[in-house]
Design a protein around this ligand. Structure first.
Ligand SMILES: Cc1cc2nc3c(=O)[nH]c(=O)nc-3n(C[C@H](O)[C@H](O)[C@H](O)COP(=O)(O)OP(=O)(O)OC[C@H]3O[C@@H](n4cnc5c(N)ncnc54)[C@H](O)[C@@H]3O)c2cc1C
Length: 533
């Protein structure tokens, strides 16, 4: 029986795999795509660590910035752990071979790593590899996993956790290639399945597959989720495609201007403030542009080559010569699977969660740019170690195949289901509903209507079957499963946003514009009621 089953092959899953393996565990990493295809590869701007390579910086400053941005909703011990470990984590990544951009400063090793400014940071703290930081980190982690002979199972879609009372015993997967339902038994499980930004389909920088599958599986298994209403909107996505233009473009000196060519906000304020300022401009009928022309072509190609390529390809503008039209879209989900300081999931023994799918209480109401790559690598290690510690004493008696049989029947039902409503249209509608009604500026009346709309979508899910009935390589089926998970999580996001009658970080509500610590300085935790036996 496997000691540690890791679900998700992004930066969090791969780091957890390396640390569990190093601790002595037998490890299997399972993902619905291929490791190099995970969303981590999209991270551009950088990873925070108070190295002080470019001006003064200290771990305490990093902590203070993180706590300030979290607006009272973080756990200071977890923040301290993350920020204190950051320099060590950068040194570890460097030792694995991550090609960080360098300074020509006559120093050696980690002290030569270049650092740039990100929004809400009091120092140049983000270590980067041009604007391909996540890609380079992910590829290096994957190379290292291969060197360490870690086993992978690709194209296996998580269906459900296998539960015995309150203890996880493994998970069931759809083998996308064969259409079989597979049961994998394990002594402990790490969820590293990424966030739920794709609920805002069409209005997000996230990949289509960021539908919160792992969070939904934890909900079904009886685990707790928290802070689901906190969704970060990134100020600068390309206007027509929602593709991200990294904060590093502003960090390197880019301006935001309106149709009149006027600057209207300090570009390096935290993301929620800049996003709201842009939103207000757009609402007033103005367009908003990112202006990096003054940086010059040579500097742009040296520091931001990916951004330049994305602008040319997707917006048909040359940033060295033209203004870049931008809009704010959903970018990062602060809420997720509720975990304690060891990253154990509340409500499920033997189950750990790490990365964007989890809520380790380090980002609170608003994540700082550069802190997510840090979280997935720093806490990835912690998750691997703790899951293995649990596995050492865990029972190796395998669960029966009841969950596997249940999941087979459920898939058969989806194949047999009438297909009178096109779920792809509903996926578009859900994204627009969320952007318009559960977006940057929230209003209770619109939230109430949005909740009714998603509940009615849930009711009509049984009429949204799949057109493609082939058993193998059926992406119509996996798209449907992803949409079902996004729909399952939607009411919790809206209900928490409705209940939070205040404004805090990324959650801003009309009529309740102030932060109300007396009533709301706490986390909203949701857990499915246990069925009576
Ligand atoms: C465009 C963009 C730019 C960003 N830039 C930065 C940045 O500069 N700095 C920073 O700190 N952060 C940045 N972020 C945020 C950061 O990249 C993510 O928060 C982080 O990479 C998440 O890592 P993860 O391992 O938790 O999840 P992911 O990388 O999303 O990986 C999730 C994994 O789970 C798998 N999975 C999901 N569902 C299932 C299922 N049902 N069955 C099996 N497997 C499943 C996926 O295939 C994937 O392998 C950026 C994000 C985006 C979208």
């Amino acid at each position: 029986m496997i000691d540690v089953l890791i679900i998700g092959t992004g930066g969090a899953g791969l780091t957890a795999a390396l640390s569990a393996k190093e601790a002595g565990a037998s490890v299997l990493v399972v993902g619905k795509a291929y490791p190099t295809n995970s969303q981590t590869s999209m991270a551009q701007g950088g990873m925070n660590a108070a190295l002080g390579n470019v001006g003064e910086d200290h771990i305490e400053f990093h902590m203070m910035d993180t706590i300030k941005s979290a607006r009272g909703l973080c756990n200071e011990d977890m923040v301290r752990h993350m920020c204190t470990d950051a320099p060590k984590t950068i040194a570890w990544l460097e030792s694995l071979g991550v090609p960080f951009s360098r300074l020509d400063n006559g120093a050696s090793g980690v002290e030569t790593i270049a650092q740039r400014q990100m929004g809400g940071a009091s120092a140049k703290r983000a270590c980067y590899a041009q604007d391909y930081t996540g890609l380079k980190i992910l590829h290096t982690l994957y190379d290292t996993c291969l060197k360490e002979n870690i086993d992978f199972l690709d194209e296996h879609y998580l269906l459900n956790l296998i539960m015995q009372d309150d203890t996880v015993k493994g998970a069931t997967f759809l083998d996308i290639r064969t259409g079989e339902v597979v049961q994998i038994n394990a002594k402990s499980v790490i969820m590293a399945t990424g966030g739920y930004g794709a609920v805002y389909h069409g209005y997000t920088t996230n990949a289509y597959g960021s539908t919160g599958d792992g969070i939904a599986a934890v909900v079904r298994a009886g685990g707790a989720i928290s802070d689901m209403e906190f969704i970060q909107f990134h100020p600068t996505a390309l206007k027509s495609s929602s593709i991200l233009i990294s904060e590093s473009a502003r960090g390197e000196g880019g301006y935001l201007v309106n149709t009149e060519g006027e600057r209207f906000v300090d570009e390096l304020k935290p993301r929620d403030e800049v996003a709201r300022a842009i939103f207000a401009q757009l609402k007033s009928g103005s367009e908003v542009f990112l202006d990096v022309r003054h940086l010059g072509e040579e500097k742009l190609m040296e520091l931001l080559p990916q951004e330049v390529a994305l602008c040319k390809l997707h917006e048909h503008v040359d940033p060295a010569k033209e203004l870049i039209p931008v809009k704010p879209v959903a970018h990062y989900t602060m809420g997720g699977i509720d975990v304690n300081k060891t990253l154990k999931v509340y409500g499920i023994n033997g189950c750990y969660a790490v990365g964007e799918c989890s809520n380790a209480k380090v980002h609170g109401a608003n994540r700082l740019g550069g802190n997510s790559l840090l979280e997935i690598t720093t806490f990835g290690k912690l998750a691997g170690e703790n899951a293995y510690k649990y596995a050492v004493d865990a029972s190796d008696v395998e669960a029966d195949n009841a969950q596997q049989q249940k999941d087979k029947m459920q898939l058969e039902n989806i194949y047999a289901q009438e297909n009178t409503i096109n779920f792809y249209e509903k996926r578009e509608a859900l994204g627009k509903l969320f952007y318009d009604s559960v977006g940057i500026v929230r209003v209770n009346t619109a939230l109430h209507i949005a909740l009714e709309d998603v509940l009615s979508m849930q009711t009509s899910l049984s009429q949204m079957g799949i057109a493609d009935k082939s058993p193998t390589n059926n992406t119509n089926l996996t798209d449907f499963l992803e949409f079902s998970n996004a729909l399952l999580l939607s009411p919790s996001i809206i209900s928490c946003a409705t209940a939070r009658d205040e404004s805090r970080g990324a959650h801003y509500k009309v009529g309740f514009e102030a932060q109300d610590d007396a009533k709301f300085a706490w986390h909203m935790v949701l857990q499915k009621k246990k069925e009576a036996v």
